[in-house]
Design a protein around this ligand. Structure first.
Ligand SMILES: Cc1cc2nc3c(=O)[nH]c(=O)nc-3n(C[C@H](O)[C@H](O)[C@H](O)COP(=O)(O)O)c2cc1C
Length: 190
């Protein structure tokens, strides 16, 4: 019999803070290039939508990156390690409209082979992407990106990523568990 609770310990949670339970992470950096100027912004509202790979990214019009992405339809999604946590937060608190973030934060980039957008050397991995779906002007602001070439930096000592909890709180990756033996249905796929 299923157990139904009448004196539940569940408490209602403010709907407008509910995203703090679901915001997925890892925190990512979206690199773009416009008129030869590289830029990066921080993003935590994103989701993996397929293995090709496909990524859905909520990226609003208040960001300088928004128009660049609409125009160029190309970007690089980089995965910062926990050692870049403070820099990644700072990158998400200033705009490339008025500054050169790469110079300011002392980051190194290599122009993507397919996209020309900046791949951040200090990150763990970079995925060159094309935008396959532009959101409507009025929102919801979900860009769909398809990865076309992937890179990683195996020399980085810090391998842990970090995840947004919302409201300025973050979680750093913990233990890695190997449950491959249980993946009987998916051995070849995932
Ligand atoms: C931890 C963190 C997560 C963020 N996540 C998002 C996000 O998911 N979507 C978004 O539109 N902006 C997000 N931002 C805000 C942008 O990074 C911020 O507006 C940034 O200044 C945009 O840079 P740009 O103007 O150079 O494009 C986030 C900022 C931080 C610090």
């Amino acid at each position: 019999m299923p157990k139904v609770s009448h004196a539940s310990s569940l408490r209602e949670f403010p709907l407008n803070r509910a995203f703090t339970w679901f915001e997925s992470g890892p925190v990512l950096l979206i690199g773009t290039s416009w008129k030869g100027k590289p830029n990066a912004m921080t993003i935590s509202c994103h989701m993996s939508m397929g293995f090709t790979p496909l990524l859905g990214c909520m990226l609003g019009p208040w960001n300088h990156t928004y128009e660049i992405l609409r125009n160029t339809r190309k970007c690089v999604v980089s995965v910062p390690g926990a050692d870049l946590m403070e820099i990644a937060v700072d990158i998400g608190n200033c705009s490339g409209e008025s500054m050169d973030k790469f110079a300011h934060f002392g980051l190194t980039y290599r122009p993507g082979e397919e996209t020309g957008a900046p791949m951040i050397e200090e990150c763990l991995a970079s995925l060159e992407c094309k935008v396959i779906k532009i959101p409507p002007r009025g929102g919801p602001y979900m860009f769909i990106l398809e990865g076309i070439r992937a890179w990683h930096n195996p020399d980085r000592r810090e391998k842990r990523t970090f995840h947004a909890r919302g409201d300025g709180f973050f979680i750093i990756d913990g233990e890695t568990l190997n449950l491959r033996d249980r993946m009987t249905k998916w051995q070849d796929c995932i």
